[in-house]
Design a protein around this ligand. Sequence first.
Ligand code: GAR
Length: 217
Amino acid sequence: MISVAILISGRGSNMRALLEACADADFPASVVSVISNRSDAKGLEIAESFNVPTQVIDHTHFGTREEFEEALHEALVDTGAELLCLAGFMRLLGADFIGRWRDQIVNVHPSLLPAYRGLHTHERAIEDGVRVTGCTIHFVRPEMDNGPIIFQACVPVMPDDTEETLEARVLDWEHKLYPMAVRLFAEGRLRVSGHQVMIDGEIESPAGMVSPLINDS
Ligand code: GAR
């Protein structure tokens, strides 16, 4: 059983999906802490309803990013977390922080990376007229929304989609894939090799998910 900390900034629907997965006695991870950089994050109330300890570390209370990240690092070390899950955590983390947690930070992003890094992914996809978008679960590297990809799922963009309808279709996949990735991490089955992530052994991939890289040797 590994200890997971979830970092949020807002609504917390991905955090909820992780908390629900971890509530299952057979799931090999437990959430030891939810940390938000915003005191008004709606996800904090959800975390409390799961009886998970929450903390607010407000980045605006620190003079520099380094000071904020030092406080965040110390709080995370105190929780005993072995994996950090960014779940709508909208602060860029610096290279020093990421280096201290190398290959122990994962993120979910609502696009098929490297397309549409950053904000307003669905609005931009609709504007561009792309026929397909999706979501990505990846290990975190210092550049925004970048790092070795664990899972991706493709989602069609419908002609009458609004940002909201497309977001809902993509979020369904985010909520499915994030717990799957955390399970594999907890089972020690994710191997980062350069920019790729190999998965040890077969996994059951839901229809629609892009086939992950399997190492079955
Ligand atoms: C999610 O769609 C997540 O993929 C995205 O923010 C949303 C948070 O929603 N993350 C990013 O854009 C990271 N660059 P949630 O708070 O309901 O999980």
